[in-house]
Design a protein around this ligand. Structure first.
Ligand code: FPP
Length: 255
């Protein structure tokens, strides 16, 4: 698969998209296959994936996206070989240490979603520092989904609601969609307008299941390490062609 096939003429002049999604979620998939195609170790694909992530963040800022959520490590990724898990942890640390100052200078606000309890204290501190340092920034919000699983997130929200009901702080009939949304890790973040997945796979893999109720999905036939601004623009072009109805109708003649 080539990037050109997915995005058209990469040498075409830069242009601003007509419609810019407020929140884009990205499933960065295909690092392993990118590496295998080059007879390289899988971790080389992840390393190149970090460079693609940098291009993605820069492009999102340039295009004017307000929220970018990146799926960097799922609750299920612990089942990978220990060496690969260790490398993904190392790359997260590297990314935070190396890029935080620049993200801060670029007015990017970092927010982390996912379970932190079983991460190393070093990683927990780095994640907290990134959030703390950039808390007041007003540009792009970069939501880092790390050790994140949407089912686990929803189970946690339901558990907290059940505790409130059991303690008499809440009546069962008061539980509604908004209340559940506000108890997810993504509370305060608008639902994703667009979810992009690279590598050609077409599934959500436990990413933002609740929040994606009305998201548009674009599946790009490129591996994540090849992702760049042209790929993002091609996904946004596809998004702009969609007719979002949110369960309603648009200019539909009667039945
Ligand atoms: C999926 O590719 C990718 C991941 C599980 C990790 C995503 C991580 C990065 C892009 C780099 C690290 C960034 C941070 C911030 C930690 P895959 O390995 O499942 O690819 P495959 O399906 O081809 O095997």
């Amino acid at each position: 698969m080539t990037l050109r096939a997915a995005t058209g003429d990469a040498s075409a002049p830069e242009r601003a998209p007509a419609v810019v999604p407020v929140h884009v979620g990205v499933i960065m998939d295909g690092n392993g296959r990118w590496a295998a195609a080059r007879k390289l170790p899988r971790i080389e694909g992840h390393r190149r994936g970090v460079e693609a992530l940098r291009r993605c963040v820069r492009a999102a800022r340039e295009v004017g996206i307000r929220f970018l959520t990146i799926y960097s490590f799922s609750s299920e990724n612990w089942s990978r070989p220990v060496g690969e898990v260790t490398e993904l942890m190392r790359l997260l640390k590297l990314f935070l240490r190396h890029d935080l100052a620049e993200l801060h200078r670029a007015n990017v606000r970092v927010k982390v979603i996912g379970e932190r309890a079983n991460l190393s204290p070093e990683i927990r501190d780095l994640l907290a520092e990134a959030e703390e340092m950039t808390r007041g920034n007003t540009g792009l919000t970069l939501v880092v989904a790390f050790n994140y699983g949407s089912r686990q997130e929803i189970a946690g929200a339901v558990s907290r609601i059940a505790a409130d009901v059991a303690a008499g702080r809440l009546k069962p009939q008061d539980v509604d969609v908004e209340m559940i949304s506000q108890r997810l890790d993504t509370a305060g973040i608008p639902d994703p307008d667009l979810i992009v997945r690279t590598s050609g796979e077409q599934r959500l893999s436990n990413f933002l299941l609740w929040q994606a109720a009305y998201s548009e999905f674009v599946f790009l036939p490129i591996y994540w390490p090849d992702f760049d601004k042209a790929a993002l623009l091609s996904a946004i072009d596809e998004y702009a062609r969609r007719d979002r109805r949110f369960g309603g109708v648009t200019n539909c003649p009667g039945p």
